[in-house]
Ligand binder design. Structure first.
Ligand code: F6R
Length: 611
């Protein structure tokens, strides 16, 4: 989604803003622009296209001024074109803003402005807000008061930064629903949508809360207040990751780097938590809700996209280890059907970014209905992490590739430990607990072994790069892996792919099978192995092409499948973790073969902060 950067300090603003925008590119965008304040005026340069095009065509890095704002836009209102790109100015061209979010009542405000004689230059809700602030400035004579008054009338969401040539030594940031972080450097400030655009300058940050504003001054002072003008106390926090975590480190793409990070990220998710001897788990972030967990009658997990797939695996894990009924809900649907929440229900939100608007709305609904609401989130300090009663961080580090990979396996790492913890509270024996804990501990080395054989997957990818469709099939706990494999392929290679429980194939999708249909099976050795082999035979009998993900040493599958990708043997409940790695690699190498932009696939945003 949109990315925001703002800088005020002693240095030239434009190069800093440009670098910040490059760091935010991963969020997904279609236009970019910069505004600087200098010599009593503001200057805006913006256009549809990439940040590199902005620099090349409009030479933004040489824009003068030590105060400025920049933006990468992911279109919501109005097509991606030059006028709709941000920053937007007010009618007097003295106030400019960048905005992430949606102003829901922008048509009402727009009508008010037009009636008062103002003309709009774009189709965006954000320009309406800029012009509205300008109109209110005429009445109040203060940028801060004008911003406050405008935001008081706005319905919807915003993360925004405002600058003005009328008050060149002040910059104002505000948020409601869309993230905004303030970096506090020595004698300088940098606002950004996330910490990755700040870390090159300072590690000290304030995560703004909803309905909070930060007013920063060139002299190094700053205050935070509510939009209603009450003082707030803002804790200064330290960014936890290192700069190299958001750089490619010699890999061709962030996605590949993140796939290869998984032995480490998985280990980080276990560190200090897994208790091998006791066959148990210690999740410090859940201590405060231990009683609620012990008495929970039902668990509802809510999430979107890849995180929703992790939740489906979580359902199997929790039901089989802890015997608590679990329901998995699309966060985007949850609140619109008046969900039934009972007093002993525990609701868990899973999110990499911690900012997904639908997931946030779902947890607010669950909280309002009295559930204990927990979070499994990657981004520290994110809104979902803050709005949940208790939770567990994934510790996967920044995920920059738009297609989620390491966050998915980290989600499975946390869900497995959570299920083990619940199981041990509710009658799962120490021996069973130990067996699972030991297997979990062995997972990082097993992921590493899969990664040592990437060439095999790359070769298969070359053979299928021109396919138009794919089917992904799995059964039981591996069905969600099939869904996830299909999603990965769709997102980054634009090949149509569908995931199904393997036995459902004969209820419809089997009609699609012919020589042009590659079918990826998760066919590891477990209780239903024979059944899945029968499903493979059904595909082969109709000339479909089979790529089987199999347990190491399974010689039989080599005779029935066209290609076999082996993964190490593990506990059946942990197979999804290992099986998802070749799926990620297959999608990656197919996308590379097709010349797709793997890290920034078309139309996608990393963090979906609009509903
Ligand atoms: C797919 C992907 C998305 C996200 C979804 C939820 O690769 O990344 O489907 O999983 O948008 O995002 P989070 O987990 O940030 O809430």
């Amino acid at each position: 989604m949109c990315g925001i950067v703002g800088y005020i300090g002693p240095q030239a603003a434009a190069p800093i803003i440009l670098n910040g925008l490059r760091r935010l590119e991963y969020r997904g965008y279609d236009s970019a622009g910069i505004c600087t304040v200098d010599q009593g005026g503001i200057e805006i340069r913006k256009r549809a296209g990439k940040v590199a095009d902005l620099e090349q065509a409009l030479h933004v890095s040489s824009m003068p001024g030590t105060t400025g704002i920049g933006h990468t836009r992911w279109a919501t209102h109005g097509v991606p074109n030059d006028p709709n790109a941000h920053p937007h100015a007010d009618a007097s061209d003295t106030i400019a803003l960048v905005h992430n979010g949606i102003i829901e009542n922008y048509l009402t405000i727009r009508k008010k402005l037009v009636k008062a004689g103002y003309q709009l230059r774009s189709e965006t809700d954000s320009e309406v807000l800029a012009v509205f602030i300008g109109m209110l400035y005429e009445q109040t004579g203060s940028v801060e008061q004008a911003v406050r008054a405008a935001l008081g009338e706005v319905d919807g969401t915003f993360g925004l930064v405002v600058v003005s040539s009328r008050e060149p030594d002040v910059m104002i940031g505000a948020r409601r629903g869309s993230p905004l972080v303030l970096g506090i450097g020595s004698g300088e400030f940098i606002f950004a949508s996330d910490a990755s655009a700040i870390i090159a300058h300072t590690r000290q940050v304030v995560y703004l809360h909803d309905n909070e504003m930060a007013i920063v001054h060139r002299d190094g002072s700053y205050v935070t207040k509510t939009i209603g003008n009450e003082a707030t106390v803002s804790a200064i926090e330290e960014i936890e990751f290192e700069l190299d975590a958001i750089e490619k480190g010699g890999f061709d793409h962030f996605m590949l780097k993140e796939i290869f990070e998984q032995p480490n990220t998985f280990r980080d998710g276990l560190r200090g938590r897994l208790q091998l001897e006791d066959g148990n788990v210690r999740l410090g972030g859940l201590e405060s809700v231990r009683d609620a967990l012990r008495t929970a009658q039902r668990i509802v997990i809510t999430a979107c996209g890849t995180s929703w797939h992790a939740a489906l695996v979580g359902e199997y894990l929790i039901e089989s280890l802890a015997r608590i009924p679990v329901e998995v809900e699309y966060a985007s649907e949850f609140r619109y059907r008046n969900p039934i929440i009972q007093p002993n229900d525990v609701v868990i939100a899973i999110s990499q970014s911690g900012e997904t608007a639908d997931t946030l709305a779902a947890i607010r609904e669950a909280k309002m209905k009295g559930a204990t609401v927990l979070g499994m989130v990657n981004v520290v300090g994110s809104t979902i992490a803050r709005e949940t009663e208790a939770g567990v961080y994934l510790h996967a580090g920044p995920e920059i590739g738009v297609a989620s990979t390491k966050a998915f396996t980290s989600q499975l790492c946390i869900l497995t430990q959570f299920a083990l913890l619940l199981g041990r509270m509710r009658g799962l024996g120490q021996l069973e607990g130990r067996e699972l804990a030991k297997e979990l501990d062995a997972i990082p080395a097993k992921i590493q072994r899969i990664l040592e054989r990437v060439e095999d997957v790359e070769a298969i990818a070359r053979e299928y790069a021109s396919a138009s469709n794919f089917l992904y099939l799995g059964r039981g706990v591996n069905f969600p892996v099939a869904l996830e494999g299909a999603l990965k392929l769709k997102e980054i290679s634009y090949i149509h792919a569908e995931g199904y429980p393997a036995a459902e194939m004969k209820h419809g999708p089997i009609a699609l099978i012919d020589t042009n249909m590659p079918v990826v099976f998760v066919a590891t050795k477990d209780d239903i192995y024979d059944k899945i082999v029968s499903n493979i035979e059904e595909v082969r009998a109709r000339s479909g092409r089979v790529i089987a993900i199999a347990t190491e040493g399974d010689t039989h599958l080599h005779s029935v499948a066209n290609h076999v990708i082996e993964i190490p043997e593990t506990h059946p409940l942990l197979t999804p973790i290992l099986a998802s790695i070749p799926m990620q690699l297959l999608a990656y190498y197919i996308a590379v073969q097709r010349g797709c932009n793997v890290d920034m696939p078309r139309n996608l945003a990393k963090s979906v902060t609009v509903e």
